[in-house]
Write a protein that binds this ligand. Structure first.
Ligand code: XMP
Length: 524
């Protein structure tokens, strides 16, 4: 396995990701771990990440000395390179200009890291790489034993290597996709230079995780808030595999779930997997608290607070529970670790139903905290969860509470659930002939929104005066920005007909064609 030491770069998690894509297990740890930890970890190789600091200043992070003494290959990236250079006797200077973005670098000499890897050759016969750079400081003098590995006109030492000791360093970022050969270079380092075995797969992960959970929990009891979402579902399945009946899940139905969702969750977990699940129908309570409330943020806060209350009351009854399990995944860990950053303005408070307070006095168990979302999905399938559940579009914690504009009423929620189910069913059914995929797979998130305004329509001989339902479907990589999906008109027409014919209460269907920004994905 590979140890990644984090010096605070925004893209450190991408290093882990690339290494795991090579089927090699890796973990990210802070740069200041102690020597004992590093020895015990017994890495086949170490990667030093980039970071925002300058090694030209005194109290900035340094590489633990043990890294250079273990006798395993080390790859320094950006700040990692500068720290390596400085600590091994080279020289680093603050640049007057920052170099940021695309660059072409020349590979020098023959190193095991770059040999045979290039994007193009110059007329003079130099092998060149197209890379992504982001740095102010640069190495200006090689440490002894090192040779030049790469250069650009503005950064004469853009890569260096001491091949006898297996130390390599690059000023650019191989982990980002803008560096065309980045993946090839990292694969070369991990597989050929470190000789790490490419044996990391879900099966192994399950065995290791099960063992670790058992060791951690012993014979104590664990509770978990199951929402039906991917993360808590996979966490539940994994814990159940590890500790069976020592796990109790609490599933709080706030009355704002999708059509038949509560039944499906109970069916999958309780009937199919045999997990102990307590199903609490708290819809009366939630809807009661939401009565008369129209402000989106107020609604989110009420739903979040209510969830905590219901869960806490239930947890209190399970007196022998010592652990609270949560489906925290790796990107959540990274996000909350970035506490130094100035908090972005709150657009929506994103109350995740599941963010529970410390007052429960339980120890925290987070079995997915090292996994990325796609790994979590793969794990879910490997644990026997239905792929349709594991690959479901995301659903916000407050549920239909933020898809019914203004005041939430049971009657509105019932209408919306049916319209939404028709839309989703049609997306799953219609296959795009070019890609062979369903429109459900081709969109990242799709749903219906209840608009509490009435408009006039005509049905048969009669006038109608009913509500409007909006359809929303977006395509996005990260949900930070999104495009509205260009759904086929046939599909939209079919959904509109079905909703108006089958859901008495709507006489008008509209399609949302706003991007994010300026709109958001949810309407509230
Ligand atoms: P927006 O509407 O902010 O949504 O563009 C981005 C993504 O976040 C989801 N979302 C939420 N998820 N609690 C959640 O757990 C919330 O309060 C919440 N609000 C929005 C939304 O569904 C989309 O995937």
């Amino acid at each position: 396995r590979i140890l990644i030491l984090d010096f605070g770069s925004q893209v450190t998690q991408l290093i882990a990701r690339r290494v795991r894509e090579a089927h090699v297990y890796s973990e990210i740890h802070p740069h200041d771990v102690d020597a004992e930890f590093v020895r015990h970890f017994a890495p086949k190789g170490i990667i030093l990440s980039g970071g925002p600091n300058s090694v030209t200043e005194d109290d900035t992070p340094r590489v633990p000395q043990v890294v250079f003494e273990l006798g395993v290959p080390v790859l320094g990236i950006c700040y990692g390179m500068q720290a390596m250079a400085e600590q091994l006797g080279g020289k680093v200077e603050g640049g007057h200009t920052r170099e940021f973005g695309y660059a072409e670098i020349r590979a020098h000499g023959h190193t095991k890291l770059f040999s045979g890897i290039q994007d193009f050759v110059t007329p003079e016969g130099h092998g060149m790489l197209k890379v992504w750079m982001s740095h102010g400081d640069k190495v200006t003098e090689l440490p002894s034993g090192f040779k030049l590995m790469a250069s650009t006109p503005s950064c004469p030492i853009a890569g260096m290597a001491d091949e006898d000791r297996g130390f390599y360093a690059v000023q650019f970022h191989p982990e980002v996709t803008h560096t065309v050969q980045g993946r090839t270079i990292l694969n070369r380092f991990v597989l050929e230079l470190c000789k790490a075995r490419p044996d990391w797969e879900m099966g192994h992960y399950i065995d290791e995780a099960v063992e670790q959970i058992r060791a951690q929990v012993g014979d104590e009891h664990v509770i978990l808030g199951l929402s039906g979402g991917v993360d808590s579902s996979v966490a539940a399945a994994l814990l159940h595999r590890a500790i069976g009946d020592q796990l109790t899940c609490v599933f709080v139905d706030h009355g704002l779930l999708r059509l038949n969702e509560a039944e499906q969750v109970m069916e999958t977990f309780a009937s199919h997997l045999g997990v102990k699940v307590i199903h609490i129908d708290a819809s009366e309570q939630f809807l009661g608290k939401l009565k008369g409330v129209t402000d989106p943020e107020a609604k989110r806060k009420i739903i979040g607070a209510e969830f905590v209350e219901v869960f806490q009351a239930e947890a209190g009854k399970l007196s022998d529970a010592k652990w609270l399990a949560q489906g925290t995944i790796y990107p959540d860990v990274i996000e909350s670790a970035g506490k130094g950053k100035k908090a972005a303005q709150t657009i929506k408070s994103h109350h995740n139903v599941g963010g529970l307070p410390e007052t429960l006095n339980l120890k925290l168990l987070e079995p997915l905290r090292e996994l990325f979302k796609d790994e979590v999905r793969e794990l879910g399938v490997a644990l026997g969860l239905p792929p349709a559940m594991v690959y479901r579009h995301p659903f916000p914690g407050p549920g239909l509470g933020v898809r019914i504009l203004g005041e939430v009423k049971r009657e509105y929620a019932d209408l919306l659930r049916r319209a939404d189910a028709i839309f989703i069913e049609a997306l799953r059914e219609m296959i795009d002939p070019t890609s062979g995929k369903s429109w459900y797979e081709l969109t990242s998130q799709a749903f219906a929104v209840f608009l509490p305004v009435r408009s006039v329509g005509v049905m048969g001989d009669g006038r109608t005066y009913e509500f409007v339902v909006a359809l929303r479907a977006v395509q996005t990589q990260d949900f930070m920005t999104a495009h509205w999906a260009h759904l086929p008109h046939d599909l939209l027409g079919h959904v509109s007909n079905r909703i108006i014919n089958e859901v008495r209460g709507f006489n008008r269907v509209v399609y949302d064609i706003s991007g994010k920004p300026p709109a958001t994905i949810e309407w509230e």
